[in-house]
Write a protein that binds this ligand. Structure first.
Ligand code: 5GP
Ligand code: ZN
Length: 112
């Protein structure tokens, strides 16, 4: 737990979120500023700053997060979706607690 981290506060229940899945390692909630009709974030409960902080000890957790993406996307009626992991400020990351964006719905997403 990182006291200054907004996603740690969501994990702890100190900040409310629209939770769509939870287990002992992972929480999934809707993005507060969705960029598509369906847009959720897959977040490890453990505070990991970014994908760049991961090593082989995180293999299982990362695998679980990726397998959850199609599972939850299909449950939300998506036939296709996009995943995005922004890493570091230069990669567009704004919240420095690892998360996988999953979004889609409506129209075919642009290539970039
Ligand atoms: P990043 O740019 O770090 O990849 O994405 C951070 C995402 O977290 C953004 O899409 C932003 O809308 C979302 N976000 C930031 N603060 C909150 C919050 O308090 N609650 C929720 N549900 N999403 C948040
Ligand atoms: Zn955190």
């Amino acid at each position: 737990m990182n006291g200054d981290c907004i996603f740690c506060k969501i994990v702890n229940g100190d900040i409310p979120s629209k939770k769509i899945y939870e287990d002992d390692e992972v929480i999934v909630f809707n993005d507060i500023h969705p960029i598509a009709p369906v847009h959720f974030l897959i977040v490890p409960k453990q505070h990991i700053e970014s994908l760049a902080s991961c090593d082989y000890s995180h293999e299982e957790l990362l695998g679980k997060m990726l397998v959850l993406a199609p599972n939850l996307a299909m449950k939300h009626g998506l036939k296709g979706f996009r995943t995005m992991i922004n890493t570091g400020s230069e990669g567009g990351q704004e919240v420095f607690h690892l998360h996988v964006h999953v979004f889609g719905g409506g129209t075919v997403l642009p290539k970039t």
